[in-house]
Ligand binder design. Structure first.
Ligand code: ADP
Ligand code: GLC
Length: 484
C-alpha cells in the first residue's frame, strides 16, 4: 500500500520552470503517483502561473499565517494533473512578480511560503508521511516543523527528506531573520546548527535537520563532501554523510520523446533517426537563418549562461571553434559577459552561428532534435538534464566529467564502440576544444562509429523508473514502508 508524500518546491512543471528543478518536480511525483502513492506538490502561485493556468485552479480557502513578525493571509488553490494533486499558495505581494527569485526580500518571501506550507497541512487536514523539500527555498521546513509545531504529534510524525539540486544557492541571510520572519529564537544561531558566517543559512538548516538528505547524482554526492565542490558546506555534509544519498534524475518521456514530440517537423525513433534528424536539422537551419546543409555538423547548447555551465570555456575559444567545420546554436540567458560574447559570435559568424537570447521551450525541443552534438562543459553539475534529453534525442553530449554528467555520459571508445558521447576531465578550454575537434573528426570520418554512438545514446535508459525505485527505498528506510 502506498503512502503519502508532500513535495515542496519553488518551481515545477507543468506550471512554472526556470531550470531543471522544475523538470524534476514535474516528473518524479507523477512517477511515484503511478506506483500507488498519494503524492502532492505545493508551489508558490507566481504571476506567470496565474497568467497561464488560473482557469485550471480551484480555490480552497484563506488563512492567516504567522511567522515571526509576518502576519499575512495565504490563499490556497489546487489542481490535479496526472494523478498528482498540486497546491498553490497565493500572496499577491510576495509572489506576483515578474521573476521567481533574485529579490531583496527572498528570505522573507520563502519564510512565509514554508510556514504557509506547514499551516496548509492542518488547514486541509491531510497529514503526509513524508515531506520532501527541495533546495534552499524550502530548507527550513524540517526545522520549522519541529520547532514551531512541537505540541502536535501529527506534525512530529512527519519524516523529512531534503534534496540538494544545487549547493551553490544557499539562502544565506542575516541573523535577525530568525525572530523577524521565521518565528525562531536565537538558540539555532548560538548552537551553530544553522549559523553560516555571521548569519543563518536555509540550505544548512535542511542539511542539519532533515532525516535524510539526497542530491541528484552519485558523483555529486561525493564531490560535495570535498572542499573544492562543497561551497563551504562540506564539513556539515561530511557530518551527515551517512544520511546522504546520491540519486540520479531522469527525464519525463511523455514530454521529451522524439517519436511523439509535437514541436518537431518530423518525428523519429531508433529506426528512423538518420532521416528524422536530418529533416529537423534542415528545419532548424531555416528557422534560425543558418546555411542550410544537412551534412554540416550542428552543435546545440541550451542552458543558463553562468560560469557553472562552463560557458567561458566556450566563449574564450569562439574563434577556434568557429574555425571548425560546424554550426553552433546557443539558446539561453544569464551573465552579461556570456550573453555579450555569444552576441558577438552571432554577428561575426553569420550563417554559421546563432544565439537566441531568451527562454523558449519549443525552440529547446527543436535544438535537441536538430543538433548532432550537445555541448555541456559544466565546471560542476549536480545532475544535468540537458545531456539526458540530448541523449534521448540522439544528439551526442560533449561534457566535462563532473557530477551527473560523469554518471550519465560514457565517453566514446573507438576500439570497443562503447560510449554514448564525449567527455574531458580537466576544466580547461584546451581539453574541451581538443575533444570537440576529435568528436568532429568522428562525425565526418567515422560514420559507422557515429551511428553506433547515436544508437547507444537513444537506448540509454534516462527514464525515472530506476531512480523512483531508489526514492521508494529511501522513503521505506524512513517509515517502515510497505507495512502491509
Ligand atoms: P539547471 O537546472 O542547472 O539550469 P539542467 O540541465 O538540470 O540545468 O536543466 C535545465 C533545463 O532547462 C533543461 O530542461 C533545459 O532544456 C532547460 N532550459 C535551460 N535554458 C533554457 C532556455 N533558455 N529555454 C528553454 N529551456 C531552457
Ligand atoms: C539544478 C542543477 C542541475 C540539476 C537540476 C535538477 O538546477 O544545477 O544539475 O539537473 O537542479 O536536479
Amino acid at each position: 500500500m502506498g503512502r503519502s508524500i508532500l513535495f515542496v518546491a519553488s518551481e515545477g512543471q507543468p506550471f512554472i520552470k526556470t531550470g531543471g528543478l522544475a523538470d524534476v518536480i514535474g516528473a518524479l511525483p507523477k512517477t511515484l503517483a503511478k506506483r500507488g502513492h498519494d503524492v502532492r506538490v505545493v508551489l508558490p502561485l507566481y504571476k506567470k502561473i496565474i497568467e497561464k493556468h488560473y482557469d485550471e485552479l480551484e480555490r480552497i480557502g484563506t488563512i492567516q499565517v504567522h511567522s515571526g513578525w509576518i502576519d499575512q493571509p495565504a490563499t490556497y488553490y489546487t489542481a490535479t494533473v496526472d494523478g498528482v494533486v498540486y497546491y498553490f499558495i497565493e500572496h499577491q505581494y510576495y509572489f506576483e512578480r515578474d521573476g521567481l527569485y533574485g529579490y531583496e526580500d527572498d528570505g522573507e518571501r520563502f519564510a512565509f511560503f514554508q510556514r504557509a506550507v506547514l499551516d496548509m497541512i492542518y488547514f486541509i487536514n491531510w497529514w503526509p508521511n513524508i515531506i520532501h523539500s527541495n533546495d534552499w527555498q524550502t530548507g527550513m521546513i524540517p526545522l520549522i516543523c519541529h520547532a514551531c509545531y512541537a505540541d502536535d504529534y501529527r506534525y512530529q510524525n512527519i519524516k523529512h527528506v531534503y534534496t540538494i539540486h544545487n549547493l551553490a544557492f544557499q539562502g544565506n541571510f542575516g541573523v535577525d531573520m530568525l525572530p523577524s520572519c521565521l518565528g525562531l529564537d536565537y538558540s539555532y544561531f548560538d548552537n551553530g546548527s544553522i549559523k553560516f558566517d555571521s548569519g543563518i543559512s536555509f540550505m544548512k538548516a535542511g542539511i542539519v535537520y532533515a532525516d535524510k538528505i539526497t542530491t541528484v547524482s552519485p558523483t555529486y554526492s561525493n564531490e560535495i563532501l570535498t572542499q573544492s565542490y562543497g561551497e563551504r558546506m562540506d564539513s556539515v555534509l561530511r557530518y551527515r554523510r551517512d544520511d546522504l544519498w546520491g540519486i540520479i534524475n531522469g527525464i519525463d518521456y511523455n514530454v521529451w520523446n522524439p517519436a511523439t514530440d509535437k514541436t518537431l517537423v518530423e518525428n523519429y525513433d531508433l529506426r528512423s533517426w538518420v532521416s528524422g534528424k536530418k529533416a529537423n536539422k534542415k528545419a532548424l537551419q531555416q528557422e534560425l537563418g543558418l546555411e542550410v546543409n544537412e551534412d554540416t555538423m550542428l552543435i546545440g547548447l541550451v542552458s543558463r549562461l553562468t560560469s557553472q555551465k562552463g560557458v567561458y570555456l566556450i566563449t574564450d575559444r569562439i574563434r577556434e571553434i568557429m574555425g571548425m567545420d560546424l554550426q553552433f546554436v546557443v539558446l539561453g540567458t544569464g551573465e552579461a559577459n556570456a550573453e555579450n560574447a555569444f552576441k558577438w559570435m552571432e554577428s561575426s559568424y553569420k550563417g554559421k552561428a546563432v544565439y537566441y537570447c531568451g527562454y523558449n521551450e519549443e525552440l529547446a525541443h527543436r535544438i535537441y532534435a536538430g543538433s548532432d552534438m550537445f555541448l555541456m562543459p559544466s565546471l560542476y553539475e549536480p545532475c544535468g538534464l540537458g545531456q539526458l534529453i540530448a541523449l534521448h534525442y540522439g544528439s551526442l553530449p560533449l561534457v566535462r566529467e563532473t557530477g551527473g554528467l560523469k554518471d550519465t555520459v560514457q565517453p566514446y571508445n573507438k576500439y570497443t564502440g562503447e560510449g554514448n558521447g564525449f567527455s574531458f576531465y580537466a576544466p580547461n578550454a584546451d581539453d574541451m576544444v581538443y575533444t570537440l575537434r576529435w568528436a568532429c573528426d568522428q562525425y565526418y570520418n567515422n560514420r559507422p562509429g557515429w551511428k553506433g554512438l547515436v544508437k547507444n545514446a537513444m537506448t540509454y535508459d534516462a527514464s525515472w523508473e530506476k531512480s523512483a525505485d531508489v526514492y521508494e527505498e529511501l522513503y521505506y528506510t524512513l517509515c517502515n514502508w510497505p507495512d502491509n
